[in-house]
Ligand binder design. Structure first.
Ligand code: BTN
Length: 248
């Protein structure tokens, strides 16, 4: 059963103690015409990551999906994913975690100077629309908040492990305020993202379904795609095409 979460947030929040996937519930609400709502759960039993991967979502995390109906072209949808990553990283930094962003959508904590990291949060954006117009966007944000690291996959970390528990209500409020600011200033998203980026300047290997690229990650385009300088010249990789991005 859903209850009101009682936040001052710019999104009205439907809260569940446990749910299969907040993205699935948000998609239902989106299909029914909702906008500017969020679905939040303490625990998810069937949550999803990018590229049909599983996502571990034990009790104590921040499992949140927002429904937006922005009047922009679908090509701009990746900016909302970057905005969610920026908002999440900023909220985590306020909680005392050295959160950075690994392109396109991972909020990570660096573990060395060679690009090594542990994952703190991930974003899964789903969209419906025509070629010229987005009907709705569901931006799903999963943050390993008040969770023991040993309840998570080995390459993951949590706010608890890095800095101690947060007040999740305050954390969600800050995250959503920041997300709301960024979505109304899409031009500011990539510059804000650059400031937190772990990826830029790194040598990376980008694995796509059909091939892989090795080179230096030199920039992010205005629409959120990564520019990689390879031996054969510059290539632009869209987030949707990237299966893995690894430091080299
Ligand atoms: C990824 O890094 O692959 C993205 C993970 C996204 C997980 C979040 S948790 C809230 C929302 N509900 C889901 O089922 N997935 C997203």
């Amino acid at each position: 059963p859903a209850v009101e979460y009682g936040l001052e947030a710019p999104f009205s929040i439907e809260y569940h103690d446990a749910i299969t996937s907040t993205n699935d519930r948000a998609r239902e609400l989106a299909t029914d015409g909702a906008s500017d709502v969020g679905v939040l759960a303490d625990e998810q039993t069937g949550s999803r990551g990018r590229l049909k991967r599983e996502w571990t979502a034990p009790s104590g995390g921040v499992w949140l999906s927002t429904v937006l109906r922005p009047e922009v072209a679908p090509a701009r949808a990746p900016l909302y994913t970057l905005a969610a990553a920026v908002a999440t990283a900023r909220a985590a930094r306020e909680a005392g975690v050295d959160a950075r962003i690994k392109w396109p959508n991972d909020v990570v904590v660096p573990v060395d100077d060679e690009g090594g990291y542990r994952k703190l949060a991930g974003i899964l954006t789903e969209m419906e629309g025509e070629t010229d117009r987005i009907a709705w966007l569901v931006v799903g944000i999963g943050v390993n908040a008040n969770v023991d690291a040993d309840a998570l996959p080995p390459e993951a970390t949590s706010i608890r492990a890095e800095a101690g528990d947060v007040d999740r209500r305050v954390f969600v409020q800050r995250l959503l305020e920041e997300f709301d600011r960024l979505r109304t200033d899409l031009e500011g998203v990539v510059p804000a993202w650059r400031e937190l980026a772990l990826t830029l300047g790194q040598r990376v290997r980008v694995e796509r379904a059909s091939d892989e690229l090795v080179g230096e990650a030199v920039d992010v385009t205005d629409s959120g795609a990564l520019v990689v300088e390879t031996d054969d010249g510059r290539e632009t990789v869209s987030a949707g095409d990237c299966e893995h991005l690894r430091p080299r």
